[in-house]
Design a protein around this ligand. Structure first.
Ligand code: SAH
Length: 221
């Protein structure tokens, strides 16, 4: 007796493809961004004990009490940059695991990234170098002071929640530059602003999101 088993075989969708499908359902539309996020091995950026959850829709530990943002938040922030920013030079505050840095490095000519935790800074640098990423400059320091020599940026992205926006981070933005940062009021959210004439800011979008806090100083451990 022959029986057709095809209908009974459970096909498991690859985890990265599932993540991309969910991002589409959540409103991410940029096809090049979705295609690239499908390629990036997110499991290599999280703590090994959590690598099986790397493609789920949640933030995950990356060491030193810090977290990698959920895929939707990373995708939304990047989609704003791709929609509104000149893709020249971008400053990222909060390198963390280097996951967001990896994505920025694909689309921008040059990425400058600052991390206040020495261990995370070193790990991210080693991880991205091993992946052959060579258009990123890494700085171990307090990102609130901005990048040394005040290089002008096309965009600034802050990946930790600040109560006040450090002046050095708005001053380094070119006219029409794009600022992406989390804010805590009225509720925790991420926002995208454009620097307009007379130092006015035009809000281009907001979305609810949770972040670890932006902290002062550095940690050498
Ligand atoms: N973008 C990261 C997520 C980072 S979580 C990723 O994709 O993994 C936020 C990071 O900001 C943490 O690593 C934290 O140590 C760092 N951070 C917090 N305050 C900072 C500051 N003042 N300067 C630089 N980095 C800071």
């Amino acid at each position: 007796m022959s029986q057709n088993l095809n209908g009974l075989i459970a096909h498991t969708e690859p985890k990265a493809s599932k993540m991309i499908r969910q991002l589409r359902e959540q409103g991410i539309e940029h096809s090049e961004l979705l295609a690239f996020m499908e390629q990036v091995p997110r499991h290599e950026f999280v703590e090994p004990a959590f690598s099986h959850l790397a493609y789920s829709g949640t933030p995950l530990p990356i060491g030193r009490n810090q977290t990698i943002s959920q895929p939707l938040t990373v995708a939304r922030m990047t989609e704003w940059l791709l929609s509104y920013a000149r893709l020249g030079r971008v400053l990222e505050v909060g390198t963390g695991s280097g996951y967001q840095t990896r994505i920025l490095a694909h689309f921008f000519n040059k990425v400058h990234t600052i991390e206040r935790q020495k261990l995370l800074h070193e790990q991210a640098k080693a991880r991205l170098s091993a992946m052959g990423v060579n258009n990123v400059e890494y700085l171990f320091g307090d990102g609130q002071a901005g990048w040394p020599n005040r290089i002008e940026m096309d965009a600034v992205i802050i990946t930790a929640m600040a109560s006040k926006i450090p002046l050095a981070l708005t001053e380094c933005l070119k006219p029409q530059g794009i600022l992406i940062m989390p804010i805590d009021h009225p509720t925790p959210q991420i926002g995208c602003w454009r620097k307009e004439e007379g130092d006015r800011w035009k809000c281009l979008g907001t979305e609810s999101a949770h972040f670890v806090p932006l902290l002062e100083g550095i940690e050498n451990a």
